[in-house]
Design a protein around this ligand. Structure first.
Ligand SMILES: [Zn+2]
Ligand SMILES: [Zn+2]
Length: 302
C-alpha cells in the first residue's frame, strides 16, 4: 500500500490564521515547514484512494498531490473515507467535497457513535444519504468488504479499535465509548501494516497491542507536555483535558512505548508543540527515542 501524508497539523494547522506563537511565526517566515490539518491518503493500487480523516484543507491537499487529481472532466480517484472521530478538523473536508455529482458517491466509514454525532450537523448529514453511504464499522474485528470495487476488506484488512477519547467540543466533550477510534490497516499482499491513531486520551490495552503489531504507527503528537498551552499563554487548558495524551513527560506516549520496535511517526501536531522546533529539547528527546515527525507530503510504501 502507498501512504501519503496530506496534512500533519492539528486543528488550525501551522501557521494557524489567528496565532503568532513562535512555531506559527517560524512557519510564516519559511524557517519551519507549513502543516495543513491532519489526514492521510492511502491506496492499495495507486489508482483508487481512501482518505483517513478529511480535513477542511482537503481541496489544497488534493491540488498538492497529483494522484488525487480528477482523472476525467469530472471525477475523483477518492473512493471514501475512514473517520477517527467527529472533530471538525477531521470531517470538515466532507463539506468541501459536496460537489461530487452522479450516482456514485463516497463510502464514509466510522463507528456508529461518530456517525450519530457528525450527522447532527446538516453539512455532514448529506453524506449518510444517496448517492453516498455512511457505514458503521465493527470494533475489534476486520471491516467486511462492501462490494468487489471496494478495496477495504479486499486488498486491505482494516480493523477499527475504540480508544479513550471524548466527543468534540460541539457535542459536549463527553467521554462516550467509540467517540474516538484508531484504524489498523494491513496489506493482504505485503503483510505490512499501518496504524492510524491521531487522537487518543491514553493508551489502552487494545491500542498498545495494535502499536506493537504495526509496521508503522502514526500517533497523536498534538502536544508534547500537558501544560504547554498554558505556559505559552495560548489557551487555559491542559492537553489531557482536550482529550490528548502528551508525547513527553511522566505517563507520556514516549515513556509508554519504551522498547517498541515499531516505527513511530507523530502526526496531528499542534502549533504549540515544542517538538516542531528542531533546536528544542523536546525534538532531541523524540529523536533519541527513534521516533519521527510526520510532514505534509511524506510518503511511505508498505
Ligand atoms: Zn484534530
Ligand atoms: Zn501558533
Amino acid at each position: 500500500m502507498i501512504v501519503r501524508v496530506l496534512g500533519s497539523g492539528a486543528g488550525g494547522g501551522v501557521p494557524q490564521w489567528n496565532c503568532a506563537c513562535a512555531n506559527c511565526e517560524a512557519a510564516r517566515a519559511g524557517r519551519a515547514p507549513r502543516r495543513t490539518q491532519s489526514s492521510l491518503a492511502l491506496s492499495a493500487d495507486g489508482a483508487r484512494w481512501l482518505l483517513l480523516n478529511c480535513s477542511p484543507d482537503i481541496a489544497v491537499q488534493i491540488e498538492a498531490f497529483p494522484a488525487l487529481h480528477p482523472p476525467a472532466p469530472r471525477g475523483t480517484p477518492i473512493t471514501g473515507m475512514l473517520l477517527t472521530d467527529a472533530n471538525i478538523d477531521h470531517i470538515g473536508g466532507l463539506a468541501v467535497l459536496r460537489q461530487r455529482g452522479g450516482n456514485r458517491g463516497f463510502v464514509v466509514r466510522s463507528s456508529a457513535t461518530i456517525r450519530e454525532i457528525a450527522t447532527t450537523q446538516p453539512a455532514f448529514a448529506a453524506f449518510a444519504a444517496f448517492p453516498h453511504r455512511w457505514i458503521d464499522v465493527p470494533l475489534g474485528k476486520p471491516i467486511p468488504s462492501n462490494d468487489d470495487d471496494d478495496f477495504v476488506g479486499n486488498a486491505l484488512a482494516v480493523t477499527a479499535i475504540a480508544v479513550p477519547g471524548t466527543t468534540p467540543g460541539y457535542a459536549g466533550r463527553r467521554p462516550v465509548p467509540a467517540a474516538v477510534v484508531a484504524y489498523e490497516i494491513a496489506d493482504r499482499h505485503t503483510h505490512e501494516s499501518l496504524l492510524f491513531a491521531p487522537v487518543f486520551g491514553s493508551i489502552n490495552d487494545a491500542l498498545a497491542a495494535a502499536i506493537a503489531r504495526a509496521s508503522v504507527a502514526f500517533l497523536d503528537g498534538s502536544f508534547y507536555s500537558d501544560d504547554e498551552l498554558i505556559e505559552t499563554h495560548l489557551l487555559a487548558k491542559q492537553a489531557r483535558a482536550l482529550g490528548h495524551q502528551p508525547v513527553g513527560g511522566i505517563g507520556g506516549t514516549l515513556s509508554n512505548l519504551r522498547g517498541t520496535r515499531t516505527r513511530i511517526v507523530f502526526t496531528h501536531l499542534n502549533n504549540s508543540n515544542p517538538m516542531l522546533d528542531a533546536a528544542s529539547e523536546a525534538y532531541a528527546h523524540l529523536r533519541e527515542f527513534g521516533a519521527e515527525l510526520a510532514y505534509d507530503g511524506m510518503e511511505l510504501t508498505l
